[in-house]
Ligand binder design. Structure first.
Ligand code: ASP
Ligand code: MG
Length: 440
């Protein structure tokens, strides 16, 4: 069994949706197809939801009409026969009746989450009807029947697996099973989601739940690159990554993969392959258990980081001091990324600064607090990278002209993280590309 996930741009045009059907046809064996919403749809649903929460009903209605028109023209191109064009239009009108009903009711966070789910429901139903038009042996399997999260918003992998097994048994003779990415039910049985970009995560949860041979994530780039192609001219796709390397890269900036995707795949040792819908013959990236040690694989950067330094003589020879500091971050549900300590000071970085004010206020009771915004974490990734003796020297030689604010080395075998002011990011990525890959 294969699980293939196609992202928003891969289904975003009728011609691309047709191409996916071709691709699926040419893949051997039974497969589960996980789809995102058409590109732009979830953003548009977010706009509608925000408008409705702010009481801007007219704006929301305009956006709903624009979105509906987009789908009408999509359908007219996707289907060939009059019969299926009519089915396509019926699908669209049914979903837009629901969207307008949600908008007309008491709009709250529950209706908002239901609204967000419509994108994936629409894309999968249209794709399924397209497969029907082409007489491809397929079924639609609603994710809301099996994909659930618990009260901590954690996917319930065992339950998902137990629910999927009988479904798959009854679908044993079906070639292509289509389901929605991103959407799920929460512990109150309400419609919910796995957060933005969560379709990748759906694919890997399903892959783990059914013990798939491989999970394939199809996007619009030919795999994970060794550096950020938006900033550095010469980059190349990495042919192989370990699960740990891929997790670090997904978290620290490589936008191609939702960071949680690796977790279920790694737990059940199911390889994840990243492929390019626009160029299906490109090798892509394979992520698995095996890997070579000590080789620098990639450089990534994460922006929008805030550094907080707490300086206190009370820390000197004291125990329990760090715990008290960390408790402040825990209280405000703010994860810490990097830490660096000296005897009288500790620096940490955070990505989510929405509770920064409250955090800083409380930290003042421990000593002086300095805050630096607009920082970037530069991350050098490789399997057991720290075993490579020259590598550290190469990193620092490459970055000799750049002021480094924090360094994290040895926390994991697989990465070195450096904190710099974001104004230096571009030159840091370029210098490291030169120093570590000999590429300008
Ligand atoms: N459609 C959702 C989003 O845009 C989920 C996804 O595409 O992965 O965030
Ligand atoms: Mg995505």
């Amino acid at each position: 069994m294969l699980v293939l996930k196609f992202g928003g741009t891969s289904v975003g045009l009728p011609s691309r949706m047709k191409k996916i059907a071709d691709l699926v046809l040419h893949t051997q064996g039974q497969k589960i197809i996980v789809l995102s919403a058409l590109s732009g749809t979830t953003n548009s649903l977010v706009t509608i939801g925000d408008n409705l929460l702010n009481g801007e009903v007219n704006k929301a209605e305009d956006e709903i009409s624009t979105l509906e028109k987009h789908y009408n023209s999509f359908v007219s191109e996707l289907f060939d026969t009059e019969g299926f064009k009519a089915i396509g239009n019926e699908v669209i009108s049914r979903y837009f009746i629901l969207i307008r009903l949600l908008a007309a009711g008491d709009f709250d966070s529950k209706s908002y989450r239901e609204l967000l789910a419509q994108g994936e429901l629409l894309s999968t139903e249209l794709f399924y009807q397209h497969l029907q038009e082409r007489k491809i042996n397929s079924r639609l399997l609603p994710a809301l029947h099996f994909m659930t999260i618990d009260e901590n918003e954690e996917p319930e992998l065992e339950k998902i697996s137990l629910r999927l097994k009988p479904f798959l048994k009854s679908l044993a003779s079906v070639n292509v099973i289509v389901t929605q990415g991103y959407i799920c039910r929460n512990h109150k049985n309400e419609i919910d989601n796995l957060k933005r970009g969560g379709s990748d995560y759906t694919a890997s949860l399903i892959g783990a739940a059914v013990g798939a041979d491989e999970i394939q994530i199809w996007t619009d780039i030919d795999g994970m690159h060794n550096n950020d192609p938006r900033i550095v001219k010469k980059t190349f796709p990495i042919s192989h990554l370990t699960f740990d390397e891929a997790s670090e890269l997904a978290y620290f900036g490589a936008k191609i993969l939702h960071p949680s995707t690796i977790v279920p795949a790694q737990k059940y040792k199911i390889p994840v392959r990243l492929k390019n819908t626009m160029d299906e013959n490109a090798a892509g990236t394979i992520i698995s258990h095996e890997g070579e040690s000590g080789i620098v694989k990639a450089i990534a950067a994460k922006d929008g980081i805030t550094a907080i330094k707490i300086k206190s003589s009370r820390m000197l020879l004291a125990f329990g001091f760090l715990r008290k500091i960390f408790e402040v971050f825990e209280k405000y549900r703010t994860p810490i990324d990097m830490i660096s300590t000296s005897e009288v000071a500790v620096s940490v970085t955070i990505d989510d600064d929405s509770r920064l004010k409250q955090i800083v206020n409380e930290l003042h009771s421990f000593g002086t607090v300095e805050v630096d915004k607009n920082q970037s974490i530069i991350c050098v990734v490789g399997n057991r990278l720290t075993e490579n003796k020259e590598m550290l020297q190469q990193v620092f030689t490459s970055l000799r002209a750049i002021p480094i604010r924090m360094v994290s080395y040895g926390g994991s075998y697989n990465n070195i993280s450096l904190l710099i002011d974001s104004i230096h990011k571009e030159s840091a990525l370029k210098s490291l590309n030169q120093g570590l890959f000999n590429l300008r």
